[in-house]
Design a protein around this ligand. Structure first.
Ligand code: DAH
Length: 346
């Protein structure tokens, strides 16, 4: 029996030294040392031996089992180290390589200007109207009629306004003021809203005019709203948008949907009020139109002007952005020249 054990031991040792991989080692362990392995089947014969033999052969069997366990472990560790080293070698990454350049997009200056203006008015208690109350494709009814614009007003001319072909009375809105009517038809006072959006005009394009641009409309209707409230809100807006140091003035004006009406000028950013080409020598630049909502407009939407009054205003986003950043050509906003767009941080 001892010789049998020695034979198996030798053949196991030979197998171990021929092994090439961890999986070979696993196979050898299974073949010799598992419950159904070769050693166990021989050890079963131990019970037929004398006590003396049992002791010596038993001890020998244990000894060689331990030896084999040890050899298998050493070989296993050796292969494991080798495979690990190979893997580390193959999967090596060069951490000194520079990263891939991922260009970062920027918010368009008209978007950031709109966001800034909207947030100023939100802080003053205005909320932004739902988009369906401020559509870009409008009817003459909302764009002109309900805003008290006379049938023969020159703004209605095809020279000024884009009419939708084959659809009578449908226009691309020429002003955001139509949103005032939609809101007042849908909501009872108090109303305190702003409506930012794109407007279209049939203009010859030049440095100051484009055939579409952006406006922000405002409307505040409640009991006891006065021209003093209008001045307070708009002065505060200008202070926050341009900084406290820029002089402003209210100049009386005319709009069909407000009475009285005014325009607000800020001191020219190019010449600091001395007079230059940009401000046509006046030292002032107009930034918005405003006024007290005309009683005809309030009556038209069923709001009693004896109980409620309100003010409205409309400002051009391009103009406000041009004045703040000293941009001298409106077309720069629309021709997507990256050299221009990349100059804006936000
Ligand atoms: N809608 C006018 C325009 O496009 C701007 C305007 C002036 C809007 C006075 C108003 C306002 O709400 O009260 O020129």
């Amino acid at each position: 029996m001892k010789t049998q054990l020695e034979n198996i031991y030798n053949s196991a040792k030979a197998d171990i030294s021929n092994a090439m991989s961890i999986s070979d080692i696993d196979d050898i362990r299974l073949k010799y040392l598992s419950r159904k392995g070769e050693f166990n089947s021989i050890k079963k014969g131990l019970k037929d031996l004398t006590d003396e033999e049992k002791r010596t052969v038993g001890a020998f069997a244990n000894q060689i089992t331990q030896d084999l366990e040890l050899m298998l472990k050493e070989k296993h560790d050796e292969f494991y180290q080798k495979e690990l080293n190979e893997k580390l070698q193959n999967d090596r990454i060069d951490i000194t390589l520079s990263g891939k350049y991922i260009p970062q997009g920027k918010v368009h200056p008209l978007t950031s200007t709109t966001d800034e203006i909207v947030s100023i008015f939100q802080n003053l208690g205005f909320s932004v109207v739902a988009p369906e109350l401020s559509p870009e494709v409008e009817t003459e009814y909302y764009n002109f009629d309900m805003l008290n614009v006379p049938k023969d007003h020159p703004a209605r001319d095809v020279q000024d306004t884009f009419y939708v072909k084959d659809l009578a009375g449908v226009v691309l809105r020429s002003q955001t003021s139509g949103a005032q009517i939609h809101v007042m038809e849908n909501q009872k006072p108090p109303i305190k809203v702003i409506a930012p959006g794109r407007v279209y005009r049939n203009e010859n394009i030049n440095a100051r005019k484009n055939n579409f641009f952006h406006q922000i409309e405002g409307l505040y209707v409640d009991k006891n709203i006065t021209f003093g409230d209008l001045k307070g809100v708009l002065n505060e807006f200008i202070r926050l948008y341009f900084g406290s140091s820029r002089p402003t003035r209210f100049r009386s004006s005319f709009f069909p949907f407000t009475e009285p009406s005014a325009e607000v000028d800020v001191q020219c950013i190019m010449c600091q009020g001395k007079g230059c080409r940009t401000c046509s020598g006046t030292g002032w630049l107009e930034v918005l139109g405003c006024g007290m909502v005309d009683t005809n407009v309030l009556k038209g939407v069923g709001i009693d002007p004896e109980i409620y009054t309100g003010f409205a205003f409309g400002m051009g986003v391009e103009r406000l952005a041009m004045l703040k950043y000293a941009i001298d050509d409106i077309r720069l906003f629309f021709n997507n020249d990256k050299r221009f767009l990349e100059q804006f941080n936000s």
